[in-house]
Write a protein that binds this ligand. Structure first.
Ligand code: NAP
Length: 308
């Protein structure tokens, strides 16, 4: 009698698997029965009951060839969810979002890995005044050249329990007067972090998603000031909203950059000058069969769980 040996489940290496999005991705993949290798400079096991046998931890830095190659050994798929928002010493946007992205793609190709999901962001642009947005755009280009079948996911700003986005709005609405970026009319399409994680799983299960780029915005686009107003209403706070010209924000960001832990960077200000919504011509959640949650639906759960 022939004994049928079922194949080992997929092993997905998740670079940045301890981050805000990375944790949600790991959770989804584990839930779906996959094995996951969590990769970071300081890897930590998630608190996922019963998932011990499915999770491995690996220390690696996307700036280091050998550690990247080691992290990819035996993997069937790879997700690059490494994040860097503020440059620190050698950890520059170029080193992480451009060269690191290229390294992961090249090493994944050399290792014979078929599926690569590269997390980028809406608004990446090689001509942007933002160093961050330029590095991300060049990173995408390099990934595409080296690994044409990669799937690129570009989320808008993400929210969820303990996020940076709603958390910072909650903090800023403690002030008696809430300063707006310009008139507060920049449009954002906040997306629930769990929806982006669902998209990652869906892409892994859809061969036809290979080689495509998806722009992942939430259910609705809002002006920045409308989001602030929603947060104020939810927290039962009444505040004056004060428009502050972008030229003033740029100046403040330049001054803040002299501080060790700058609360505001020039890149953040530049990014707030442009709408951050999914391009109408792009592939979106719709093409993945996912209906994203709205901010209204999740606001309570997210704000109530915030620790601030
Ligand atoms: N959060 C948002 O609203 C948002 C919106 C659009 C796009 N995105 C994109 O989504 C991705 C994930 O963002 P996130 O907010 O989840 O980031 P995050 O919370 O800051 O997490 C970053 C992750 O990357 C790891 N990492 C940082 N530098 C590394 C390095 N040199 N080598 C290896 N791992 C490194 C970190 O772990 P260690 O520090 O231990 O290495 C951590 O696991 C990023 O590409 C980001 O640009 C985020």
């Amino acid at each position: 009698m022939v004994k049928i040996i079922s194949p080992l489940p997929n092993l997905i290496t998740v670079f940045g698997g301890t981050g805000f999005l990375g944790r949600a991705i790991v959770h989804r993949l584990v839930e779906s029965g996959m094995r996951v290798r969590i990769v970071a400079r300081h890897p930590r096991a998630p608190n996922l009951a019963g998932a011990r046998g499915q999770i491995a931890l690996q220390r690696a830095d996307v700036r280091d060839e050998d550690s990247v190659a080691e992290a990819l050994k035996g993997a069937t798929g790879v997700v690059n969810a490494v994040g860097l928002y503020v440059e620190q010493g050698q950890a520059t946007f170029r080193a992480i979002h451009e060269e690191g992205a290229e390294r992961v793609a090249r090493r994944a190709g050399e290792a014979g890995i078929r599926r690569l999901i590269h997390i980028s962001g809406i608004g990446v642009d090689p001509a942007s005044a933002s160093k961050y947005a330029r590095a991300r755009a060049y990173g995408e280009q390099r990934v595409r050249e080296i690994f044409p079948n990669a799937t690129i996911l570009r989320p808008s700003v993400m929210f969820g329990p303990n996020d940076a986005f709603l958390n910072s709005l909650k903090t800023v609405t403690r002030l008696p007067v809430v300063p707006l970026f310009g008139q507060g009319s920049t449009r954002l399409q906040p997306v629930y972090v769990e929806d982006v994680a669902r998209a990652v799983l869906q892409v892994l299960e859809m061969p036809e998603a290979s080689g495509k780029t998806f722009e992942l915005g939430g259910a609705r686009a809002y002006r920045y000031r409308d989001i602030i107003e929603q947060v104020l209403t939810h927290l039962s706070r009444r505040r004056l909203l004060l428009p502050v010209p972008f030229v003033v924000w740029r100046l403040l960001a330049r001054i803040a950059s002299l501080l060790p832990n700058a609360p505001l960077t020039l890149d953040q200000v530049i990014l707030m000058e442009t709408d951050n919504v999914a391009n109408a011509k792009a592939s979106t959640f719709n093409d993945l069969g996912i209906e994203p949650c709205s901010l209204e639906q999740m606001l309570s759960a997210c704000l109530d769980e915030l620790s601030c």
